[in-house]
Ligand binder design. Structure first.
Ligand code: KG4
Ligand code: ZN
Length: 341
């Protein structure tokens, strides 16, 4: 089943062609350079960039996969959560294409995409989760979300924990800014953390002993601000030590709740997704913990599938198509910026 998938939920303009679980092309045009001078995503600039770049990105995805519109079985698009005016661009484009080429449309939840990204296979059919064991537990960590999702089956999800304020990635980005590092802070902090001492600076672990599976990163962000202000002039050594200490604290905060959720729900597997999972320390610590617990932990075969991309949307769309879940009324499909899995 060949699908053209589109995602314009935030600041990445993305299109992919998938066939079943195989990803034939996964093109991402990153708007990072546009937003960098502002230290964060500027919605109207994101919209303009999506409008300009999406046709080119779609064209590239189709060319790289070697398909034409005639070859496609369906078109899929992210309808939420995300920035309203950014989502609109993808939805409008997808509607125009399904009308023009008479194809069915599949509307996909961006977070379901992140959750199912580990099922993706490369174009030859390698990699990907082969024997899913339910319930599965998803840890989704990105710039906009920090969630624990219990997956009972495809299409059957329970959001058992989420951040009460900032997302973990957002906290990385804001702390990066406080340290004077380029946007987005996450990759830069993890690069510098390798050169620093993770025990040099004591930071509070958010929500450590709350009995639920929720997260909070606003308090940590404020603690970082005070500590950085107190330091005054920041030496290279201080910045590296701070990055290592901060990274360790965020990873610990995530692992405490992951472990609690594993103990309570006894999942058959762990599914990791979202841009922050690119972080090597997070990957290593999750793997170590899950080896101890005897629970397999999966992440997608390609780093691209962790960041915002449309390959994961094609994969989620394939499972929806198998359930017969197509958009019945095109005019009724609207963006849902606050969509919850
Ligand atoms: O999933 P994603 O591409 O976009 C959203 O849906 O938000 O995630 C982007 C987030 C950013 O906050 C970025 O700083 C963070 O992922 N990130 C990282 C790393 N690479 C990207 N955070 C920590 N360590 C990294 N290596
Ligand atoms: Zn995302």
């Amino acid at each position: 089943m060949k699908i053209l998938a589109i995602d314009t939920s935030c600041d990445e303009t993305a299109a992919a062609v998938t066939d079943g679980l195989k990803v034939f092309s996964n093109i991402i045009y990153s708007q990072i350079e546009t937003h960098r001078p502002f230290g964060g995503v500027v919605p109207h600039l994101a919209k303009r960039e999506h409008q300009e770049k999406l046709p080119l990105v779609i064209n590239e995805a189709m060319t790289e996969a070697g398909v034409t519109f005639d070859d496609l079985d369906a078109i899929a698009v992210t309808y939420g959560p995300g920035l309203a005016i950014a989502l609109e661009v993808g939805i409008k484009t997808a509607k125009d294409l399904v009308r023009k080429h008479q194809k069915p449309l599949i509307a996909v939840d961006h977070m379901e995409g992140h959750l199912l990204s580990s099922f993706a296979k490369d174009s030859k059919g390698n990699f990907g989760v082969d024997d899913p064991r339910f319930p599965a537990l998803g840890l989704l960590v990105s710039g906009g979300h920090t969630e624990l999702v219990l997956m009972l089956n495809f299409g059957d999800y329970q959001l058992i924990g989420q951040t009460l304020d900032d997302a973990a990635g957002e906290c990385f980005d804001k702390v990066g800014k406080m340290l004077g590092l380029p946007y987005p802070g996450g990759p830069e902090i993890s690069r510098r953390a390798k050169k620093g001492n993770p025990d040099a600076i004591k930071l509070p672990i958010p929500m450590k002993s709350s009995p639920d599976f929720n997260f909070s990163f606003a308090g940590l962000k404020t603690a970082c601000l005070y500590r950085i202000q107190k330091e005054g002039k920041l030496s290279e050594k201080f910045i590296n030590d701070f990055c290592a200490s901060f990274e360790k604290t965020v990873v610990e905060a995530l692992l405490i709740k992951l472990q609690a959720a594993v103990d309570k729900h006894q999942p058959g597997m762990i599914l990791l997704g979202g841009g922050v999972v690119v972080n090597e320390k997070l990957q290593t610590e999750v793997k170590l913990l899950m080896e101890k617990k005897g629970v397999p932990a999966y992440l997608p075969y390609d780093r691209k599938l962790l960041l915002d991309n449309a390959g994961m949307i094609g994969v989620a769309a394939f499972f929806k198509a198998q359930r017969g879940d197509f958009v019945k009324n095109l005019d009724g499909l609207d963006r849902q910026p606050r969509l919850e899995i």
